[in-house]
Design a protein around this ligand. Structure first.
Ligand SMILES: Cc1ncc(COP(=O)(O)O)c(C=O)c1O
Length: 373
């Protein structure tokens, strides 16, 4: 107990600040090394579309003025892109912010949420912030166990989260399975379908989420410009939902939550389909290469529908992380997700992937005697 504990709502003490992937500059400073690559935060190694960069440079001229709070131009561009009405969208400073708004707008203290574990940590944070219990349902074979999740639903369940693909494992649940759950949820329960990695998925049975929104079902779909469009540093994502749900979220949205440079970059990104094509191609090539090399090393991994791979290094992940980092390769440890022998690695450029593989091979040799699995 610190002196300040009496100053806040009690549930705030159950929150811990988000621990992000270690930044490149921090590793350079701490270890005094120059050549560092970060494959820890599921960013796009190819960077943004040149068209987006051009639009953002032009938008810089106007940063003396507040951005348009309604994201007018972007709202119409995304509405057209998805085939929904403009009032079925809410924009946030990242999908993270939309998750935050969903929590504050929809959760009362007597409500509950259901989510998988391990999965994206912000769902639970939104529930804790509102002093709501979160049912964390273990993954089965590293994918959502929808029946077990459904078994946790009761009359107090307000939000049912699915990270699809799931972060950190890269697995998906198919549209037919999700629809079955949607049909079974009580009327007052909203399904949040987090599709941050939507554009990477190549399984045709993947999702019909936007169709469900158009049908007016209790669904909020989350998408982002951080991943395939490579605008993570600008913080811009959005939610798609029936207008009556968006109207509730808009009540808690901060006035100028999405900056003007981000809005311009996002509009231009949508106008450059090559960005998605080239990133998907790179990602497919990266995954095939990484899988092949992991097979050679005899390390189990989970085939991924996203831009990262969940690997069982069969050793203490923190030691593997530290040794990789000393050699200039930053990944994410699994212990924060409750998986102490796993790491999550983001796919990189060909060169970065090769560096990761050769460094991992070196580190595994070093830590051979420490097998704990
Ligand atoms: C599953 C999932 N949802 C949401 C987000 C948040 O994305 P944004 O950068 O748009 O806040 C992430 C980011 O890593 C994610 O992995």
């Amino acid at each position: 107990m610190t002196e300040s504990t009496g100053l806040c709502r009690k549930c705030i003490l159950r929150l811990t600040p988000y621990v992000p992937g270690k930044p490149i500059e921090e590793v350079k400073r701490e270890l005094g090394i120059d050549n560092v690559i970060k494959l820890a935060s599921n960013e796009n190694p190819l960077g943004p579309s040149p068209k987006a960069l051009e639009a953002m440079r032009a938008a810089l001229e106007n940063v003396g003025q507040y951005p348009e709070g309604s994201c007018y131009e972007l709202r119409h561009a995304v509405a057209k892109h998805l085939g929904v009405q403009p009032d079925m969208l809410i924009f946030g400073s990242g999908a993270d912010e939309v998750i935050h708004y969903i929590g504050i707008a929809l959760l009362d203290a007597e409500d509950e949420i259901v989510q998988a574990h391990p999965s994206f940590v912000q769902y639970c944070a939104a529930a804790t912030l509102m002093d709501c219990p979160a049912h964390l349902v273990p993954l089965k074979n590293w994918t959502h166990d929808l029946d077990a999740m459904l078994a946790k639903v009761n009359e107090r369940t307000k939000l049912f989260f699915i990270s699809n693909p799931n972060n950190p494992t890269g697995t998906i649940v198919w549209a037919d399975e999700v629809e079955r759950v949607l049909d079974a949820l009580p009327k007052r329960c909203v399904m949040v379908l987090d599709e941050a990695y939507y554009e990477y998925v190549d399984d045709p049975a993947y999702t019909r989420s936007i169709e469900w929104v158009r049908q007016g079902r209790n669904v909020i779909v989350l998408r982002t410009f951080s991943k395939i469009y490579a605008l993570a540093g600008l913080r811009i994502g959005y939610g798609v939902a029936p207008a009556h749900l968006i109207e509730l979220l808009e009540r808690v949205r901060l006035p100028f939550n999405v900056n003007s440079v981000a809005q311009a970059g996002a509009v231009a990104s949508l106008q450059d389909p090559h960005q998605v094509v080239r990133t998907r191609e790179q990602n497919q090539r990266s995954k095939s290469y990484i899988y092949e090399e992991l097979d050679k090393m005899g390390l189990p991994y989970t085939p991924s529908q996203a831009n990262f791979v969940w690997i069982d290094v069969q050793r203490d992940c923190k030691q593997v992380f530290t040794e990789l980092m000393k050699r200039g390769v930053i990944v994410r440890t699994g212990d924060i997700f409750g998986a102490p022998t796993h790491i999550r690695v983001t796919t990189g450029t060909d060169e970065q992937n090769e560096r990761f593989v050769s460094t991992l091979r070196e580190v595994l040799g070093l830590l051979k005697s420490e097998v704990i699995a």
